[in-house]
Design a binder for this molecule. Sequence first.
Ligand code: HEM
Length: 366
Amino acid sequence: MGPKMPSNQLDYRFYDKTCANLTKIVRYGVFSAIANETRLAASLLRLHFHDCFVNQLQGEKNAFPNRNSARGFEVIDAIKENIEKSCPSTVSCTDILTLASRDAVFLAGGPFWPVPLGRRDGLTANETAANTDLPSPFEPLENITAKFISKGLDVKDMVVLSGGHTIGFAQCSTFKQRLFDFDGAGNPDPILDESLLGSLRNICPNQDDSDSNLAPLDATSSKFDNSYFKILLNNSGLLQSDQALMGDNKTAGLVSNYCKSPFQFSKDFAASMVKMSNIGVLTGQQGEIRRNCRVVYSLLQKSESQCVITYSGTDKPPCSPPIYIQHRTSKYMFSLLRVLASTLSDGKGFSLRAFGFLSGLLVFWK
Ligand code: HEM
C-alpha cells in the first residue's frame, strides 16, 4: 500500500481553540532540554524522522536501528505531561514530536517553518516496520533511495533531509567497519579521508567495548549549518551511507549545490521536513490520542501482554511487561546560550543567518 498524504486535512490552527498554549509549552520543553544538553536537538530530530517513517512512535524503540539510540523520548514525555495538565487527551504525541523537532532545528541554528497540525497517534506497535522501513547506514544508496521513494519522498528530499546529520553523533558500531576491515582483508574504507580515519580510530579502537563511543556526524555537530555537505566533498562523511551520496551523479550534484548555498539548504530542508511530516498521517477519527506517549492504548485494551511500553522507572508501569530503554546520562552540558552564540558567531554568512535567526525568533516567540 502506498503512503497516504492527506496533508490537506491538517490545519495550522487545529489546536487554537482546544489547546491554545500548545506551541508555547512545546517551545519551553525543547528550550529547557537543549539548554541542559545540546545534543537533544539532534535526538529529537532523529526521533521525528523515525516516527514519520514507521508511523508509530511506539513499536520502533526496540527495533534494531534504534537500540540504545531512541534518545530524546524523555523530552517528549515531559512536554506531554505539561500539555495533559492544560488540555487533557487533546494533543497527539506525533504532533508534539513534529513541533518539537521543528523547534529543535531552529534552536540549533537552522530554519523555522510553520507546521500544520491534527495528526493522530498510531494504534499498533510495529517493530518489524522499524527494522525494514528505516534506512540502515550499511545499505547501498539504491536501497536507501527506494525506502524514501516508498514513503512518497524523492531523491532531493533524501539528500536535503540527510543534511539533518549536520547535528548530532553516531555510535562507533554504526561506522566502525569502515575503519579496520572494510574489505575483509584488513583494510579501511579507501574513500575515507586519511586524517579523519586516524581520529576515528582513536575514538573507536578495534575492540567491542568501543561500540557505543560517539563521534560527531559532521565537523560542527551542535550547529545546524551546511557543513555536512562540505565534509562529504572532502570524503569525510562519517557513515558509509552519508559518503555514498557522492557516489551518484544526481545526489552528488545536489550535495555540491547545498555546499555552495546554505540558504537553499535551509529553504529546501524546511520544505522537505513538512513533506516528511505528512507521510501517512492519521487524521479525523483514525488512530487515537495517547495520554502517555509510550503506551498504545488500543493494545492495552486488547491484551496486557501485547502492550509493549518503555518505562522510565518513575511511575508504576501502566501495563506489563515493561521494556526498558536505556537512559544515557548527559555527557554534554552546554548551555543554550552557547548554541545561540555559535549560531551568530560564524563570520561568513553572518548577516543571512542572523536575519533568518531573528525573523525566526520573532515567529517563535509570538
Ligand atoms: C538517509 C538515511 C539515513 C541513515 C542511514 C541514517 C542513519 C543514522 C545513524 C546510523 C545514526 C547514528 C545512530 C546511533 O549511533 O545510535 C544517525 C543519527 C542521526 N540521524 Fe540519521 N540516518 C538517515 C537519515 C536521517 C534523516 C532523514 C534525518 C532527519 C531529517 C536524520 C537525523 C539524524 C540525527 C539528527 C542523528 C543524530 C542523533 C543524535 O545525536 O542523538 N537521519 N542516523
